[in-house]
Design a protein around this ligand. Structure first.
Ligand SMILES: [Zn+2]
Length: 215
């Protein structure tokens, strides 16, 4: 592939398109998919407690939202901070909560969305009532997900590795689509005897009389 100005422009648009699609897919999922909703959620890790649970959105349009879940256990009403030993690598709550965090929060939900890997996440926290939730790293939406009435949100915090993978995937797809479109457009212009750069009727001259392109 010769890297002429035309293909450089295609690459720039593909990179931009890849970023837009990465965010768009994650937000689409945050907007439409309830991470708790019955069959749409599959618990992939569960500890007695529960200290940490991960839920993978196994069905639906964007079947890769991941939700990690940390909650203190309250045996005999004694607050105990449990070790959180497992969680996805991007999780900010996979480490054992501090005494202060346990006293101040009852539950933390990390809601990560994206395809093929989680690319953006939001963090929701609630006190012991589960009645009031605060959302960080996300635009709150109207409505709730699940029995705990966790807010819905468009996630904002990038998960670097996942974001880069998704960006790459969507940039490649964008490039292929844009390449096909520009190729078809170019062929149509040649067939109609028009300049491939500006679309002006070229006639039989070798150089375009409108923009000076040589073919
Ligand atoms: Zn021209």
């Amino acid at each position: 592939m010769r890297c002429n100005p035309h293909s450089r422009k295609l690459i720039v648009w593909a990179v931009v398109g890849g970023a837009v699609l990465t965010v768009g897919v994650a937000w689409w999922s945050g907007f439409y998919e309830d991470c708790f909703n019955g069959t749409a959620c599959r618990i992939v890790t569960s500890m007695s407690g529960p200290a940490w649970q991960g839920a993978l959105v196994a069905n639906g349009v964007m079947a890769n939202g991941v939700l990690s879940f940390a909650i203190e256990a309250e045996p005999s009403n004694v607050k105990v901070a449990q070790s959180i030993v497992e969680g996805p690598a991007w999780s900010r709550i996979r480490t054992k909560p501090t005494r202060e965090q346990v006293d101040s929060f009852h539950a933390l939900f990390e809601d990560a969305r994206g395809w093929p890997l989680p690319a953006l996440m939001a963090l929701h926290s609630s006190d012991t009532t589960f009645a009031v939730w605060e959302t960080d790293w996300g635009f709150s939406l109207v409505g709730y997900q699940g029995n705990y009435r966790v807010p819905r949100a468009l996630p904002l915090r990038p998960i670097i590795g996942g974001f880069l993978v998704d960006w790459t995937v969507f940039a490649v797809v964008s490039y292929l689509v844009l390449y096909r479109i520009s190729h078809a457009r170019r062929n149509a212009l040649i067939w109609r005897k028009r300049c491939v750069v500006c679309g002006y009727p070229r006639g039989t001259s070798a150089v375009c009389s409108e923009c000076g392109a040589d073919r």
